[in-house]
Ligand binder design. Structure first.
Ligand code: DGL
Length: 279
């Protein structure tokens, strides 16, 4: 067993697969000084249509592993896991594991920005079946907007498999993306802002833009989460000081590295090495 260095306190970033790399990339651009460790549970992705119990169990395993690697702060860069597991982990598990550690999600920071983007109060949310059925977005948006924003949702169960299988600009991608966007606007033609409520979806932006009405604003989470993390660290100097700052990046996957490395390199825009782990 490899021992973890005492002073290595990377910020952990977790996703079911590759999607969280879109968040990691934005965070590393905004805050390049910290050490990062990314964990993609690619062997078990997608999480989108799995039950609450299973998403919770997988997410807790991933978080426990990241804590064992020295993380004090973890970003769950997955909406499905943020919607279905985060609250239980924050409320029930963290106090038992170590109450000084923190696990943050991606839904709350994304939602906080929505009121400043929409001008007519009609917002669309695209996400996995799990995220949409959880009702997390409408619930959180209602809180930040005093119930003044009308939220219309559309589950896009085929989009994560398209991204995981590198079908980004294909006939299949065109078919599923156009169908879901059409469904969303049939439900509310007045939508002026759409949030990509899944960290895989930014990879589909060129295809999404082909079918989205041109006046509609498209919000992706990476830059929003990165700024929100910067603010969080400013507000929590005790956590900021603990996080180690050598600018390193370590990538872990539950799939084979032969599969993971070329795709991760593409997502991050540079050649990267990964390590296979078992959860
Ligand atoms: N990136 C995850 C999300 O943000 C994808 C979930 C999945 O694995 O289906 O929801």
């Amino acid at each position: 067993m490899k021992l973890v260095q005492q002073d290595y306190k990377p910020i952990g970033v977790f996703d079911s697969g590759y999607g969280g790399l879109t968040i990691l990339k934005s965070i590393m651009t905004e805050l390049p000084q910290y050490d990062y460790i990314y964990l993609g549970d690619n062997a078990r992705a997608p999480y989108g249509s799995r039950s609450y119990d299973v998403v919770y169990e997988y997410t807790l395993q991933a978080i426990t592993h990241l804590f064992s690697q020295g993380c004090e702060l973890i970003i769950v860069a997955c909406n499905t896991a943020s919607a279905k597991a985060l609250r239980t982990i924050q409320q029930n598990d963290l106090p038992l594991i170590d109450s000084s550690k923190r696990v943050l999600g991606v839904i709350r920071p994304s939602v906080e920005k929505i009121p400043q983007y929409t001008s007519n109060g009609h917002v669309g949310v695209l996400g996995t079946t799990g995220t949409i059925l959880s009702g997390s977005y409408p619930m959180e948006i209602a809180k930040v907007s005093n119930n003044e924003i009308l939220v219309t949702q559309e589950a896009c169960p085929m989009w994560v498999p398209l991204v995981e299988n590198d079908e980004l600009e294909s006939v299949a991608a065109d078919y599923f993306v156009s169908r879901n966007i059409q469904n969303l606007f049939e439900k509310d033609p007045q939508i002026d802002t759409v949030i990509l409520g899944c960290t895989h979806y930014p990879l589909l932006i060129p295809t999404i833009q082909k079918f989205l009405p041109s006046h509609v604003q498209l919000l992706e989470q990476g830059p929003i989460v990165a700024v929100s993390l910067r603010d969080y660290l400013n507000r929590h100097p005790e956590m900021e000081q603990i996080c180690s700052k050598k600018g390193s990046l370590k990538l872990l996957t539950t799939e084979s590295v032969q599969n993971f490395e070329p795709r991760a390199s593409l997502f991050l825009g540079r050649q990267v090495k990964a390590e296979k782990i078992q959860l």
